[in-house]
Design a protein around this ligand. Structure first.
Ligand SMILES: Nc1ncnc2c1ncn2[C@@H]1O[C@H](COP(=O)(O)OP(=O)(O)OP(=O)(O)O)[C@@H](O)[C@H]1O
Ligand SMILES: [Mg+2]
Length: 505
């Protein structure tokens, strides 16, 4: 018998903004097999972004069987399943039919701005910050639920009667995997719940006053569980019957776990559709006035919760997609690097991709994207470089906010996500920060973190020490830019950012 017939593995589903992946991990945290598929992005009007939750569920089933087939692994060899997901994206469905009542509202969607303005009129955008850890913003799930219940005819009454269920993608997939209309389990984990604006960050319960203020009936909300415990077994209809679901983490929290950031002060920056930096702050929530969010890092079973500070940036990798799909400047994301390498610098151009307003550290919903510094000299190659640089500039500002909030400055930056294959970007990031940028061997840290959560709950891994020893450095970039050049570039960047402000009335 080959070892793949006798061994046990952990299966991880990474339900992301652009694609769904299923990944099979072995005990050393290495990838045995994986499958990935993109889903349709719907942009019905400016500022609106939607996904079809049914398409995502179908892709998930396909990717599970695809990954198992590729690895030559049977469902019996899967010790546990972990799920990680794009956060905040909101789906409301009918409990009796399993049909969504509206397309899912994606985290980048800004249609709830009027609801946010109405809520902020009474107490400002920080009115729930102390309790929920978050400012009022279109980004979070609670106001998206309110929008769906307001806009779909009869939905509010049906929600109050307990006929409708809300979920982020973790909740939607778990409900379907555990049987859907035939006994599906309606749960989420603390990390996903911490992104709704509806959860009390201290008690980890839904907050009835905030739910009432935003207009979300508690009957639609899932039960909040830890990030690592055996929740339920997959149903016959799932294709992997009997496999225990044992880990749920929002994607950024999963990457934090996948990077083994288990000690206070340890953190990571993930370069994907957007960029998200999380720093572990230990067992107490730390409130922040530098534009960082207070969030859960993870909660393993009955152990006390671990909190994090987060710097969220809405548009980074999606700017590269925009250059490809909307402008046609490049034919693949990788080509952005080739084009940037054709020129020695940015040629004076800056791109501020405030497509959904600006998130951290500014939180300016009325900002919109700008390209500044244009002259006849600037070429498409310069714009490609400026696009990559904007990713690093935005992250440098988040690092600055982190340093202003923490007792000690960051000494190196652990990175992951789809963009960290881009060497030009990574070198520029190290240059701008003045500290080393470090990429692990396994850059699928999001999927890995969910696998870790599931494996810890089922005894596949004994302790976080074992996970820490799995972490291996893959590549390191050292800063080469001098301090004067660095501050000159950052000053110009801030001027560009100001040009994006006050665009939408
Ligand atoms: N070589 C590259 N250079 C620059 N950007 C790249 C490169 N390769 C991929 N990207 C960008 O990385 C992003 C994909 O990264 P990743 O898969 O980590 O994203 P993600 O946010 O996790 O997506 P999802 O939410 O679907 O999981 C895309 O936006 C893509 O434009
Ligand atoms: Mg992802």
């Amino acid at each position: 018998m080959s070892s793949s017939e006798t061994s046990e593995y952990i299966l991880s589903i990474d339900q992301g903004t652009t694609s769904t992946r299923a990944v099979v991990f072995d005990h050393t945290g290495q990838i045995l097999a994986s499958a990935q598929k993109e889903h349709t992005q719907h942009f019905p009007q400016a500022g609106w972004v939607e996904h079809d939750a049914v398409e995502i569920w179908q892709n998930t089933q396909e990717m599970i069987s695809g990954a198992l087939t590729e690895g030559g692994v049977t469902p019996e060899q899967i010790k546990a399943l972990g799920i990680t997901n794009q956060r905040e994206t909101t789906v409301v469905w009918d409990r009796a039919t399993g049909e969504p009542i509206h397309r899912a509202l994606v985290w980048q969607d800004t249609r709830t701005q009027a609801i946010i303005d109405e809520l902020a009129a009474d107490g400002g955008t920080e009115r729930f910050k102390e309790r929920a850890g978050l400012p009022l913003a279109t980004y979070f799930s609670g106001p998206k639920i309110r929008w769906v219940l307001d806009q779909v005819q009869g939905a509010r009454e049906r929600a109050e009667a307990g006929e409708l269920l809300f979920g982020t993608m973790d909740t939607w997939l778990v409900w379907n995997l555990t049987g859907g209309t035939e006994g599906g389990v309606h749960i989420t984990d603390v990390t996903n719940a911490s992104r709704t604006l509806l959860m009390n960050i201290d008690t980890l319960d839904w907050n009835p006053e905030i739910c009432a203020a935003i207009g979300v009936p508690e009957a639609v909300l899932p039960q909040i569980r830890s990030s690592s415990e055996v929740y339920a077994e997959c149903a016959e209809s799932s294709g992997i019957p009997g496999v225990p679901i044992a880990g749920i983490l929002g994607d950024q929290h999963a990457a934090t776990v996948g990077q083994a950031c288990f000690e206070p002060g340890q953190g990571k920056n993930t370069y994907g559709t957007g960029n998200f930096m999380l720093i572990n702050t230990g067992h107490e929530p730390v409130h922040n006035d530098q534009g960082l969010l207070t969030t859960l890092a993870y909660k393993f079973g009955a152990q006390p919760p671990v909190y994090a500070l987060e710097g969220s940036i809405a548009v980074t990798g999606s700017l590269i997609q925009w250059l490809r799909d909307n402008l046609g400047l490049i034919s693949s994301a990788a080509e952005s690097e080739d084009r940037a390498e054709n020129v020695k610098d940015h040629g004076g151009a800056y791109i501020v991709p405030a497509f959904s307003g600006l998130f951290a550290p500014y939180w300016r919903p009325e900002a919109r994207g700008v390209i500044v510094g244009l002259t006849r000299y600037v070429t498409a190659d310069h714009l490609c470089r400026a696009a990559l640089e904007s990713v690093a500039f935005q992250s440098a500002e988040v690092v600055e906010a982190m340093n202003a909030s923490a007792p000690e400055d960051l000494t190196e930056l652990k990175v992951d996500g789809g963009m960290v294959v881009n060497e030009t970007l990574m070198q520029f990031q190290a240059d701008l920060l003045g500290v080393d940028v470090v990429r692990p061997e396994v850059i699928e840290t999001t999927a890995l973190g969910a696998a870790y959560a599931a494996g810890l709950a089922t005894g596949y891994w004994a302790s976080t020490d074992e996970l820490t020893s799995n972490w291996r450095e893959g590549r390191r970039w050292r800063p080469t830019m001098d301090q004067d050049a660095r501050s000159h570039r950052l000053t110009e960047w801030r001027k560009a950012v100001e040009r994006s402000f006050n665009w939408v009335d």
